[in-house]
Design a protein around this ligand. Structure first.
Ligand code: AMP
Length: 251
């Protein structure tokens, strides 16, 4: 299970699933510099290794791998690019991000050689990128993609939620409310989908969010689609006080 640490219940849900399904569980904790852009939060990303190690111990994790950047990138000259699914949405707003993700995941797969790897659907596009990586590179690894763990008010757990001011934290659950409501409306709507999508986006903007994207996509290609059908996904990224919050829901 690859992670960047600052572990929360979302990460732990993956650990627990892996504990149930597999003989042994290895968690990696590595704040991967290559997936952060030059103006992003690499240096201030939350780091709490001691607490993370205690959590892993308490969950019965068999080994924790905490490499440093020099170990992971001795020359730093090689990168893995996944075309197609990595290009839109997060790929557009965070150039180079998915190349960093694909590179570190490929390296971790080679170093650890797991029979299975666990990822959270919270990062839906990341899951698509890793699926493409595994298929195209022929990694003999079973991918387990698990549902998003949420706070009781619906906000998807994320290590970055700690950046939110109390006021922003209070407003943040509206993202999930909007996309859940949109999903419900789209399931039984025969008019123009774009009207409802634009309305949901406007609602968020009226509440002070800056919306990077709110789209209905094909869950495999991640291309925009005109109909919300089984397999479709609503993806959203909206910012509050500069904190980017990602979420998604399925049909
Ligand atoms: P990160 O530490 O943010 O790189 O996340 C490590 C793994 O945990 C990724 O596969 C994430 O998708 C997953 N993850 C993060 N937040 C959640 C959540 N709220 N629910 C389920 N999985 C999550």
């Amino acid at each position: 299970m690859p992670t960047m640490g600052a572990l929360h219940e979302g990460h732990l849900s993956l650990v627990r699933a892996a504990r149930q399904e597999k003989k042994s569980v290895i968690v990696s904790i590595f704040v991967n510099p290559t997936q952060f852009g030059p103006t992003e939060d690499y240096s201030r990303y939350p780091r709490q290794l001691d607490q993370d190690l205690s959590l892993c111990l308490a969950e019965g994790v068999d080994a924790v791998f905490c490499p440093n950047p020099e170990e992971m990138y001795p020359l730093g000259t090689v990168s893995v690019n996944v075309r197609g699914v990595s290009e839109r949405w997060e790929g557009q707003f965070r150039p180079g991000h998915f190349s960093g993700v694909a590179t570190v995941v490929a390296k971790l797969f080679i170093m650890v050689s797991p029979s299975a790897a666990y990822f959270g659907l919270k990062d839906f596009q990341q899951c698509a990128v890793v699926q493409a990586l595994v298929r195209d590179m022929g990694f003999p690894i079973e991918l387990r993609l698990l549902e998003t763990v949420r706070e009781s008010d619906g906000l998807a757990l994320s290590s970055r939620n700690t950046y939110l001011s109390p006021k922003a934290r209070e407003a943040a659950p509206q993202i999930y409310r909007e996309i859940s409501c949109l999903a419900q409306q789209l399931r039984c709507y025969s008019g123009r989908q774009s009207d409802l999508v634009n309305e949901a986006k406007l609602q968020l903007e009226r509440s002070g969010f800056e919306v990077d994207y709110l789209v209905v996509v094909d869950g495999e290609t991640l291309e925009p689609t005109e109909s919300f059908v089984p397999g479709s996904r609503i993806l959203v990224c909206a910012r509050l006080d500069g904190v980017r919050l990602l979420d998604n829901v399925g049909f």
